[in-house]
Design a protein around this ligand. Sequence first.
Ligand SMILES: [Zn+2]
Length: 613
Amino acid sequence: MSYLSFSLKYRPRRFDDVVGQDHVAKTLKNALSQNRLAHAYLFTGPRGTGKTSTARILAAALNCAEGPTPEPCGVCDMCRSIALGNAMDVVEIDAASNTGVENIRDLRERVKFAPAEGRYKVYVLDEAHMLSQGAVNALLKTLEEPPPHVVFLLLTTESHKIIPTILSRCQHFEFRAITLADIAASLRRIAEQEQIQVDDSALMAIAQAAEGAMRDAQSIFDQVVAYADGPITIELVNEVLGVTDHALLSSITDQIISGDIVGCFASIDQAVSEGKDLVRLVEHLTIYLRDLLRLQVVGNSARGLGTVAKPTEAMVEQAKSLGASRLMHAIRTLAELQSDLKHSSQHALLVELTLAQLAAPPKPKQAEQAVPSTPVAGQTARRELAPAQPAAQPTAPAAPSRPEPSRPEPMQQEPSSTPAPPPAQPVVASEAQLDLPTLLKHWPMMYDELRRMGHTPIGAILRDATPIAMSGDIFTIGFTARFHLNRIEGEYKKVVEQAAERLFARALRVNCKLFADADELRAAAQTAHTESQSSATQPDDEPDSLPAPQGPAQQGTETVPQPSDVTNDPVADEPGALTDVREPLTADQVVEQTLSLFDGSAEMTEAENQEQN
Ligand SMILES: [Zn+2]
């Protein structure tokens, strides 16, 4: 007998064999035993969840020699030919390649004839959402008055694309994504029948890779079994799946711990030269760090680890060196990176940037430090204390070094050990009124303030956003890119608020709002601007220009340390500048912009260092 793949050999033959869809099986079995069948069914759900299998089982249940029955026998001619996919009365149509109206008209002609062998003609329309409008209309007529011997089964992964008139004529079943545990248990049954030795962690790794699709899980298992000489371990599964080499993940982690940015870059180069996909590398590094977090939190246990069956000595040590809070921060940063990578083609740049950030010495918790409301610190003091940019210090040894147990965790660090640089002088005096026009006028200074605080990339994000409202001590920033908004709304909100507090000499809170595109953002900014002007006590003569700050605010402006910022401010120069809100940047442009700023600030730090010497 020729070799049968697991997915064919273990294809479900009875409703109870379909994994994870008990709600569907129960309803269909009841309908069959009570002879209350609908003429059309719609099966929706993710791929690999058992829609096609259930359709074939239903066809067999209707046509089995002992049927109609909730338990098709599986051995009669009808059951067997349906299982093999060559029964004359069960017609499987791939709607993706038969989208046209002619195909459906042809089908309408054919449904009139009685079944050739069985009791029912069963039409299985896979990818039903792909049918053309004409085909759908033709199908609707058939669904309205179906011949009694015909059952339609519409299958789709995209239920939202099925029009309501079709939906209302079908009985709808939603197939759920199969849980990892259910997939692993089902693979375990196959392993027992095939007498294959396999670790639980290996089965879970396969289930994870299959992302809820049983068919995929079975074919990965097939592949692993074909590759294996002996018992199947998680390491072997990872090897077959092309999961990043454990040694590489471990050495990148060492480089992060020891602040070895050059080493991090070398590791990325190595991965790229070996043809590894950086998106996958980041995914696997995230899982690796998650394993370390588990070790740190749960203790030295093998349970639930994603990269190895048993934790190594080195992993335990790495977990200890990094500590829970730094690990959580790293995992969150890598998760953000994963979503950023989807929007960018410059993968190597983004990965380098993030690893450099993770490997940089932990910053003090700036948000918790008291910021004086009227700071007066001068330029010199600020420069002396300016934090080094990660890109400006790639001087660590290239060889991965052992973790330094003495490195303090960010959470444990004394805030006074490395204080944040003193802020620039505020541009608006604390007692002066702060309204939207004033905020807009000084908005570009936020980029500089953030750079001074060591958050150049956040400044770059704000260049692509604009304040659109100011109410009390809350101002709202409008964004056109969701991933920018998520960045600011997530961990960097405090940082932006702090920068604003330094500039405007008062406690301010930030709100974020997403707009569909630059036009919508521009319109909102224009409206807010006009409204804030009409409500002002001294209305401006020119409706489109931004009023200069009144009274004390004007004095504040004169003490700005870098007046060039104000003169270069396009909003201040051009009366109609509000209509000139930038088009949203692509992720790639943001990367370029961020990097150029990075380079600029690196040069600046160097120049400043020379100045001091
Ligand atoms: Zn049968």
